[in-house]
Ligand binder design. Structure first.
Ligand SMILES: *Cc1c(COP(=O)(O)O)cnc(C)c1O
Length: 390
């Protein structure tokens, strides 16, 4: 009966408006109505990516779009760099290795970001790099890589394409694809984009299109050239996830109603700061530094003296509060507080209050209300910055 409070890094809660949009009657993907829906919606997604390029849609999870980025832009045997700072960077490495690429792995400890200087040093001895792959927002550790700076390094120190996995970023963090010089930017529907799983979105720069055209990839379903050809007609090569595209149109409404993507990403910043301040007030450690902390997900270390699995199961059973655990070697050591997509400061206050209730149940030593108060202070000060106080 009580609703589950889903504070995960995807799938995430779906706004009612989006659910209703997805409940519309089916239309043919070769109809005029579809072409209108597709064209109008893709135009409205462009500012979310920060691009003037076409947005392409795959009826798939984010992984297929990452795979598409790999198979279309590089060929087996070529040298590439993958920057990996966590589980999803390692995922990118696996895709590239599977395709027979020669992978140079720039690996960081989990919880750290890759800095400009590290990439400069890493690229120095390498002369024939075709692409640099990186995770924008590392969902396993809650860090955000400095993509703007890394993009500039790639441009200044190589001829490589810069290919970015922003599956858990786009919609919740700012992205300026064209201005920063990203060549392929990929996201998925079920993270910060407020949709169910099943739709991947990507955009490709002019530089990358030239490489893709010359490359003549053998991919069929994931062939980006055919998606581009069909996009010119306002369609996709095969049957797309029509209902999710109807939902995406409603997502664009919501973001526009909030005042545009800059306002949406600002809200994510506020929520990030609320969570971090609350944990500090509760003397619970965070995995990452403030400097590279993700606006969409926060990795939190196990509160001292608690068994993490027991605590998380208790929060879910007693308070319906559902957090995600740690991945890989961080399992049992951290949990992940998702604050992406359809999530607001009021939701953060609720989750922290229930977290505190759970801490009291386990006799964790803290001042009750300290976390809520710290989060509330951040929220109120963000409101004061925005609106005049009378
Ligand atoms: C979730 C996620 C993926 C994988 O997306 P799927 O939709 O599960 O295929 C890839 N990269 C990042 C950063 C993610 O958060």
């Amino acid at each position: 009966m009580y609703p589950t409070i889903l504070r995960h890094p995807g799938p995430t809660p779906i706004p009612k408006k989006v659910e209703l949009a997805m409940a519309q009657s089916m239309i043919s993907h070769r109809s005029e109505e579809f072409v209108k829906l597709y064209r109008e919606t893709m135009e409205r997604v462009k500012p979310i990516f920060g691009t003037k390029q076409e947005i392409l849609l795959l009826p798939s999870g984010g992984t297929a779009a990452l795979e598409a980025a790999v198979v279309n832009s590089v060929s087996p045997g070529e040298e590439i760099v993958v920057i990996t700072v966590g589980a999803f960077g390692d995922y990118f490495v696996s895709i590239c290795e599977k395709y027979g690429l020669k992978v140079h792995k720039l690996e960081k400890n989990w919880g750290e970001a890759c800095t400009e200087n590290e990439l400069i040093e890493f690229l120095k001895p390498l002369s024939n790099i075709k692409a640099v792959f990186v995770t924008h927002n590392e969902t396993s550790t809650g860090i955000i890589n400095p993509i703007k700076q890394l993009a500039r390094v790639v441009q200044e120190h190589s001829d490589a394409l810069f290919i970015v996995d922003s599956v858990s970023g786009i919609g919740g963090v700012s992205a300026r694809m064209d201005e920063w010089g990203i060549d392929i930017l990929v996201t998925g529907s079920q993270k910060a984009m407020m949709l169910p799983p099943g739709l991947a979105l990507l955009a490709v720069s002019e530089k990358a299109w030239k490489v893709i055209e010359a490359n003549r990839s053998t991919a069929y379903y994931l062939n980006l050239l055919s998606y581009r050809d069909w996009a010119e007609k306002g369609m996709t090569p095969n049957t797309p996830a029509v209902s999710l595209i109807m939902g995406l149109s409603a997502v664009c409404d919501l973001i526009e109603e909030e005042g545009g993507i800059a306002k949406t990403t600002e809200r994510h910043e506020v929520m990030k700061n609320m969570v971090r301040s609350a944990m500090k007030a509760l003397s619970i450690d965070l995995l990452t530094s403030d400097e590279f902390a993700s606006p969409t997900i926060t990795a939190i270390r196990t509160p001292e003296g608690l068994d993490l699995a027991t605590y998380l199961a208790h929060l879910k059973k007693k308070y319906q509060l559902d957090f995600a655990g740690g991945l890989g070697h961080l399992q049992g050591k951290i949990f992940r507080f998702g604050h992406m997509g359809y999530c607001f400061p009021s939701d953060i206050l609720q989750a922290i209050s229930l977290m505190e209730a759970g801490l009291q149940d386990f006799a964790y030593s803290f001042e009750p209300g300290a976390g809520v108060k710290a989060a509330q202070d951040v929220y109120l000060s963000s409101l004061r910055k925005r609106t005049p106080v009378f």
